[in-house]
Design a protein around this ligand. Structure first.
Ligand code: CDP
Ligand code: MG
Length: 735
């Protein structure tokens, strides 16, 4: 058993509500705190706190009151005689934020910039834009609301369109990378923070907006942090623009200080007590532990849905598969358990399933990434299983290596996760780590992304906005200077910046593409090599990620053979991706063809959409679409023009060594080149699993490096010991 009796006892003694109290104490404490005194206007700075409400909740929590009879009506519950539209209006009125509607609107009217803090699920994202619309703010411009995640932007927009009884894409729309679902009529626009950043490139004063809401500000994504600096400036330039910074956590003081002592509007959510338990001893395998815990809950606990936090898609698919098998084993001995995965890459039809009400007598288990921590609220969750891990990007500016690692979460994350269990009724949270781990090993907060990521693409965006002095940009938390310098060096190497750090013509074109600068450079370079048609197909396929081929457990051999068919000629994975795309196109985008070749239809359709958009952007930067499928050398040269920093050379022991900042790497096992081991390769990305692997690898001729990037490679870099022993690479046999 994962939760030994001993472990449970230990936690029971620990006062299960301790966290909740701490939170509420904090909230009350804040009302009396004098903060944000950055300038003399600080006297103007105040907070809206509704202490009576908090006292009520706190008292009830302490008394351990049962909230059962106060259960909120949830979507789908029937209200006799009412239309579904009216029912939804009733549901809107039950959200915690509703009681503060008028006070909130008054505060927005009185202040240009306002920081808003409220619990996850209290209605900030779905209601505030509607309140603004009802109050007339959309008469003179749009209300834009940013989300760190595309899936949140899409699902929230759909929900709001539904609540307003309008068609998605008309009055309410969303805009995410490669997908714009808005129209002339759109007045409430949900978008990713990255998209607003891109919109700024075309509309630097955001003239078409009357209100900007930077939502989920606590997530502190790279784009959100950059937006902070830009919208802060804009608020000064445009006194008519309202700026709302909304957050689910208590670090509002920091936001307030940053935005010139903006007032903070805090409203309490409706929280039910959550019984939090830790394991007594560390778990050896957290996935296993998660599965056992879910089954224990399902068998032993009263009805109510379960939410399990897992690091990523792979882990979710694993757990889903194992759970399905175990449930099948139980047969009809246990009640129905509906398994709903949710992660960013999941197709929207399946995503929608998680919001459907659970049928009577059944239980739903939601397997989610961090996305369910604050961005998405799923009704009916009573149990949370928290293994304590998430996938976090980290960046080493010294060698420019970026990696996505499974890392322990922060204490703040752990609290958010447990809070998900007590939104509509009292709940339980099972932490699959020890209380000692929580206290001693977890950081208080997650480090903001800006301090642990490659900055090349935001630096390019800022440069094209005319912001040249990056060291003095008004960052809330500045990135390491080393990372900024590295980004400038990279953009210089790619030819996007000149020696003075100014944007070049190439850089201007690159900035038009919503892609990583190396991919953008590859596309811009394809003009010279007259193969833009092939290159945008490759770029689109790479953007879809690693979900092109599928490999069903019972047909692995067939699937592998089908995949290898695209590798004939063996010059590399990029070319194989191109062949997949072109073959699919030749069948007139046939679904049947995808099935026969073990290819994910949905990924292909997405690739086609992305490709269409890239084609439109080619036109915008005046690059002709030219095709050169019979000279794949030119296609490979374009790839090298974008990725010459990502090259590696074969070593005697069969491993590879990256060219400039030596690091031992390997070809990813599923690569078409893993058995071929060419002498020099260019790779798309490095992934760290058991070893450092290069994913999407293509063979190159070393002389190309000197030809294409003479400022970066000299003859001595590519002529070496190895070339003396091995026969010189001659013209490649092409497929
Ligand atoms: O932004 P915040 O976390 O404060 O709350 P919200 O996202 O506005 O959610 C308010 C309510 O809308 C919750 O009860 C959600 O369950 C519901 N909602 C939904 O049913 N479907 C969505 N796609 C988003 C929210
Ligand atoms: Mg929200």
């Amino acid at each position: 058993a994962v939760h030994s009796k001993k472990g449970m006892d230990a936690t029971q003694k620990m006062n299960p509500f301790a966290e909740q109290e701490a939170w509420e104490d904090h909230q009350i404490g804040k009302a009396t705190l004098n903060f944000g005194a950055k300038n003399k206007e600080a006297t103007d700075n105040y907070q809206f706190v509704f202490e009576d409400q908090i006292d009520f909740i706190k008292a009830s929590v302490l008394a351990g009151e049962n909230y059962e009879d106060e259960m909120l009506p949830v979507t789908g519950q029937s209200f006799s005689g009412k239309s579904s539209f009216e029912m939804l209006q009733d549901v809107r009125k039950t959200l915690p934020i509703y009681s503060y509607r008028d006070q909130l609107l008054k505060a927005i009217e009185d202040h240009q910039v306002l920081v808003i803090v409220g619990d996850t699920g209290s209605g900030k994202t779905t209601q505030i834009p509607q309140y603004l619309h009802e109050a007339g703010y959309t008469k003179h411009g749009k209300v834009g609301c940013t989300q760190p995640r595309r899936i949140a932007a899409m699902s929230v927009a759909a929900r709001v369109a539904h609540e307003m009884g309008v068609k998605l894409g008309h009055d309410v729309g969303y805009s995410v990378r490669f997908e714009d679902c808005t129209s002339e009529k759109t007045v409430l626009k949900y978008m990713t923070d990255g998209m607003l950043l891109r919109e700024l490139l075309g509309e630097p004063d955001l003239a078409s907006y009357s209100v900007i809401i930077v939502d989920e500000a606590h997530e502190r994504t790279l784009s959100t942090d950059i937006l902070f600096g830009l919208v802060k400036d804009m608020a000064r330039l445009r006194p008519d623009l309202k700026l709302l910074i909304s957050s689910a956590t208590m670090d509002a003081e920091k936001f307030s200080n940053y935005f010139d002592a903006a007032p903070i509007f805090i409203f309490p959510g409706r929280r039910f007590p959550v019984d939090v338990s830790f394991v007594a001893a560390p778990e050896a395998d957290y996935l296993d532990a998660a599965i056992v815990t879910v089954l224990q809950i399902h068998v032993n606990e009263p009805l109510g849905d379960i939410l399990v936090f897992l690091p990523g898609q792979e882990e979710i698919e694993n757990v889903e598969e194992t759970l399905k098998n175990k449930i099948r084993g139980f047969g009809t001995k246990i009640r129905e358990l509906i398994i709903c995965p949710i992660y960013a890459n999941l197709p929207s039809e399946i995503q929608a399933k998680v919001f459907e009400p659970t049928p009577e007598g059944a239980r739903k288990v939601v397997l989610a990434t961090n996305i369910a921590e604050t961005s998405l609220t799923i009704d009916g969750i009573k149990y949370v299983v928290d293994p304590g891990f998430c996938k976090i990007k980290s960046y080493n500016p010294r060698n420019g290596m970026e990696s996505l690692l499974v890392t322990p979460i922060s204490k703040a994350s752990a609290m958010q996760r447990s809070g998900r269990a007590g939104r509509t009724s009292p709940g339980k949270c099972f932490r699959l780590y020890t209380a000692y781990n929580f206290e001693n090993d977890m950081e208080d907060n997650t480090v903001p992304e800006i301090q642990r990521t490659n900055l090349a693409s935001v630096v390019l965006a800022l440069k094209s906005l005319g912001i040249d002095d990056l060291l003095n940009f008004d960052f809330m938390d500045p990135p390491p200077a080393e990372a900024l310098v590295k980004a400038l060096e990279l953009l210089f190497a790619l030819g996007a910046l000149n020696k003075l750090g100014k944007l070049t013509k190439v850089g201007r074109k690159m900035a038009e593409f919503p892609l990583d600068p190396m991919l953008s450079k590859m596309i811009v370079a394809s003009e010279k090599y007259m193969c833009s048609d092939e290159i945008i197909s490759i770029a689109a396929m790479l953007s879809v990620g690693s979900y092109i081929f599928y490999r069903p457990k019972d047909k692995q051999v067939h699937a592998d053979n089908a995949r290898l068919n695209f590798h004939t000629g063996n010059v590399g994975d990029h070319i194989a991706l191109l062949k997949v795309y072109n073959s699919w196109k030749e069948t007139d985008y046939s679904t049947q063809w995808c099935y026969e070749n073990y290819i994910q239809v949905r990924s292909m359709k997405r690739a086609r959409d992305i490709r269409d958009q890239l084609e439109g952007l080619l036109e915008r930067v005046e690059i002709k679409v030219s095709t050169n499928f019979h000279n794949l050398d030119l296609v490979r040269k374009s790839i090298v023009a974008g990725f010459f920093l990502h090259t590696a050379k074969l070593q005697k022991d069969g491993s590879y060594r990256t060219a400039k900042h030596p690091l031992t790497v390997h070809i990813y096992p599923s690569s078409g080149l893993s058995q071929v081991v060419p002498r020099w390769v260019v790779y798309h990305e490095l992934v760290l699993t058991s070893k450092e692997y290069m994913r999407q690898v293509t063979e190159l001729t070393p002389n190309w490096l000197v030809e294409i990037a003479p400022h970066y490679y000299q003859l001595k870099d590519v002529e070496d010991g190895a070339s003396k022993k091995l026969p010189k690479a001659t013209g490649r046999a092409m497929a």
